[in-house]
Design a protein around this ligand. Sequence first.
Ligand code: ADP
Ligand code: MG
Length: 267
Amino acid sequence: MSVNYNNTAAGETISLAAVSKTYMTAKGPLPVLRDIDLEVKAGEFVSFVGPSGCGKSTLLKIIAGLVSYDTGNVSVGGEAPREGREDIGFMLQQSVLMPWLNVSKNVELPFAISGRRDGNTAKRVADLLELVSLTPVAKLNPWELSGGMQQRVALARALALDPGIMLMDEPFSALDEFKREFLNIEVAQMADKLGKTTLLVTHSIGEAVLMSDRIIALGANPGRVVGDIKVDLERPRRADMVGSDRYQQLSNEVRAALASDLEGEKQ
Ligand code: ADP
Ligand code: MG
């Protein structure tokens, strides 16, 4: 089957200027993000790393319009964030597939929900399954699949409406290391091919280096940018880049940026 993604929607720009966010909790105000400035170019792949609780998920949710921000300015594809945009695909740690729908029907879901199911949908779903190498299991139910395959279904579903922006919040965290690295490479290559703007939250510095054009290191309490590291490994990315000298240097740079913030905390 030929998969034609030449007409895929182009990536969109994302810009945050002096964005701050404080949650109101039972224990009082909790500042989670302070003065976040960020310019993401169309088609750029940017990863966010930082300690638990530093506001990474909040940041993605602000961009997706799922959480409000207090001050600053956010522009997503030239517009203010808004919930339910079809130009944003969101992928989470758990694939949240519908257990009563088979793989193919799960991928079809966004078309049904958005009222965009038409004569082209079956072909589009078949192409998406081909893209993520799931054609042989199209009729299986989610619980019959491995964790890695379930995340592929989630990926296909996030790509279904051809968004210009992909947001991924620790999508590989539940996978074992081998599967994870394999999927890292595939998704990095796919992002290249499709030209989507991609934001990835990850706990893995190695994963960030392997996949991204740029890595934003965040410090905690409140979350703020403590490092902005350009990843100059050539594209397409390959598994054998893991452990190369440049890969090690870049990993160390990210680690140093994160560590410098922790040292500040001790003082
Ligand atoms: P991360 O993804 O980096 O681990 P989060 O953005 O999930 O961080 O959370 C940042 C902080 O805000 C954490 O301390 C978390 O407990 C808190 N938090 C997250 N969501 C809410 C919420 N809806 N209400 C109150 N506090 C929240
Ligand atoms: Mg999180």
